[in-house]
Design a protein around this ligand. Structure first.
Ligand code: M6R
Length: 602
């Protein structure tokens, strides 16, 4: 959470910083600020609220170096004082992460009375300032300070009197760097600086970068020069614009036919699932006795679909863990366990820590990740990248469906090499998988029908969602979408479970969204729908076309696919429902309150 950026070069730093912060705003939008170097001194402008509020205040600034920050509050309330950058003595910095021992450091420095904010970050500035006093050397001051920090951090630092360089260092929290003839750039995400050069690198952890107009020097803490591994941006930076849509979320929902095709196509060779381009060793599939899927939020819901598919088709036991609980739940994993971590950003700290823990227990690991070169991708033994492209809206949509697509491919590969499906069985499975992009397109072509249904929910305070079998995890995801962007309380239930308590909440007019796509469960689901109808609930139904009958009215007919493949079309329809409820309520769909796209705090 929090986005940081830094620039030094021949352009006006203010423009680079503000533009970059706008694209990093998805990481947090409680406040924003920049610090630029002018006349060998640093000048800070910061305020609570969005980058657009800051932009107004910095209109007249001209400078050739600076750092910037957009905040998701952790330590200290949302206020001007707690906004970054923070300055102590001659040190000004921006910080992404959390310092666990900041109180002890603050007390040992005896600076409590001098601090202007409640943040852990200001203490880092004070620490570096003290070390500078001692060593009179910027790099040494940073290294000696960082050695004392416990926690996660990405820091961009400037020193009064040092106008030729900015500095960066990190532990866990990301920093990427690149350069062109106009200067050198650092940021939390390549999205903010990819337009300046497609060649970039991830700053190695526990190193310090000295960044000047024409070069970036990196040293480890022993003073050895480090050559970082260069990466190439392999998507068009224009993909990270709204492309004429009012919100990123709508654009990203509409991109699903294309990105599903891209994710699936490259992994199907001669009608068989194939991960050779991903360099996956089939041994991890052949030799595992059980699978543990670890993820958070939407990515965990993709994991629940994965569990359903793998257990049903391959008869391998699969556990799905919320990453935040994994380490503390005494998970039974060992060298025969395949751990699959799922993450759009590849930076979710809970998932990353869970992965490291599982590796220590001897498990083999595979990551399903969207952001190339991210921490989880680098940490895992193997990685399969979803081809969703940049996902900017906080509510995840195309990342989810492409994660689910990868689970179909993994299921097919597992089943093929372990003999659960023969050649005909696998090719039939893949044929059905290849129908997903068209099924997605079909729903998008009828999005106005879903818009009309959304109007029924706009003034609701609560909704319930009911479905059975594979429809239940799809509804967990649909319910999260509705909650996070429309602020309507929503709960998803396995339909049969409702009468064990929750049905007490259903009364006249309570909105209930019912999903029915599983043929073998259709009659049972119909009975469950009737149960809520007879309590006068306002039921909105999403039903697979071939299951539509005169017994239950169908509000939206979903395209016909085999039961196992309905997870994708169902969710796309319900993503649209959530989207229209939020946009019709006039909310900021892409930036829901209290949230951030990348969750780098535990
Ligand atoms: O980047 P990750 O996929 O690891 O993020 C995990 C969750 O924070 C994320 O899926 C979150 O639940 C979504 N933004 C919800 O739409």
């Amino acid at each position: 959470m929090c986005g940081i950026i830094g620039y030094i070069g021949y352009d006006n730093a203010k423009n680079v910083l503000i533009k970059g912060l706008k694209s990093l705003e998805y990481r947090g939008y409680d406040s924003a600020g920049i610090a630029v170097i002018k006349n060998n001194k640093c000048e800070i402008t910061k305020c609570r609220g969005r980058v657009s509020a800051l932009e107004e205040k910095v209109k007249n600034i001209e400078a050739t170096a600076g750092v910037g920050h957009t905040r998701w509050a952790t330590h200290g309330k949302v206020s001007d004082e707690n906004s970054h950058p923070h300055k102590f003595g001659r040190v000004t910095l921006v910080h992404n992460g959390i310092i666990e021992n900041y109180e002890a450091l603050r007390d040992s420095l005896g600076i409590e009375k001098e601090l202007k904010s409640e943040t852990d970050s200001e203490v880092i500035a004070a620490l570096i300032d003290r070390q500078y006093e001692k060593y009179q050397d910027c790099e040494k001051a940073i290294i000696e300070s960082v050695k004392m920090l416990q926690g996660t951090f990405a820091l961009a630092i400037i020193f009064d009197g040092e106008s030729e360089n900015i500095y960066a260092t990190r532990n866990v929290s990301p920093i990427v760097c690149n350069q062109n003839e106009k200067g050198a750039y650092i940021a939390s995400d390549i999205i903010a600086i990819g337009q300046y050069s497609r060649d970039y690198f991830v700053l190695p952890e526990m190193t310090v970068a000295k960044i000047s107009k024409d070069k970036i020097e990196i040293k480890d803490f022993l003073g050895n020069e480090i050559k970082p591994k260069m990466l190439k941006l392999d998507w068009d930076i224009n993909e990270s614009t709204k492309g004429g849509y009012p919100f990123y979320m709508e654009k990203e929902i509409c991109e699903q036919p294309k990105v599903l095709k891209k994710t699936i196509e490259k992994r199907v060779i001669n009608s068989l699932p194939d991960f050779s381009e991903d360099n996956i060793d089939d041994g991890i599939f052949k030799n595992c006795r059980d699978i543990s899927i670890i993820a958070c939020g939407t990515a965990m819901h993709a994991g629940l679909i994965g569990k359903y598919l793998i257990e049903n088709t391959c008869e391998i036991p699969v556990n799905v863990y919320m990453a935040s609980e994994f380490i503390y739940s005494n998970p039974i994993i060992n060298k025969d366990t395949l751990v699959i971590c799922v993450s759009q950003s590849g930076e979710t700290i809970d998932t990353l820590e869970a992965l490291k823990y599982a590796q220590k227990k001897g498990a083999k690991s595979l990551a399903i990740v969207n952001v190339k070169g991210s921490s989880i991708a680098r940490q895992s033994d193997f990685v399969i990248y979803t081809e969703a492209g940049p996902e900017i809206a906080v509510a995840s949509t195309k990342a989810y469906t492409t994660q689910v697509a990868i689970f179909y491919l993994i299921t097919a590969r597992l089943a093929y090499i372990r003999g659960n499906l023969n050649y005909e069985g696998v090719t039939k499975f893949i044929d059905e998988l290849e129908k997903l992009p068209n099924a997605a397109e079909d729903i998008l072509n009828r999005k106005s029908e879903i818009h009309l249904l959304a109007k029924k929910l706009i003034s609701s305070e609560h909704t319930f969602m009911i479905g059975r079998g594979l429809d239940y995890p799809s509804l967990l995801e649909a319910s999260l979408k509705l909650k996070e962007i429309s602020y309507i309380h929503s709960e998803a239930f396995a339909s049969g479970e409702l009468k064990h308590g929750t049905i007490a909440l259903i009364s006249k007019g309570t909105p209930v969204i019912a999903l029915m796509t599983q043929r073998y469960l259709a009659t049972k689901q119909m009975s469950n729908i009737k149960e809520v109808l007879s309590r006068k609930a306002e039921v909105i139904t999403f039903i697979k076309k071939s299951l539509v009958s005169k017994d239950i009215k169908c509000d939206f007919a979903l395209p016909d696919l085999d039961d196992d493949f309905m997870a994708v079309p169902s969710v796309i329809a319900l993503q649209l429902l959530a989207y229209y409820v939020s946009s019709d309520k006039g909310l900021d769909v892409d930036k829901p309150r209290n949230l951030a796209k990348v969750v780098t705090v535990e």
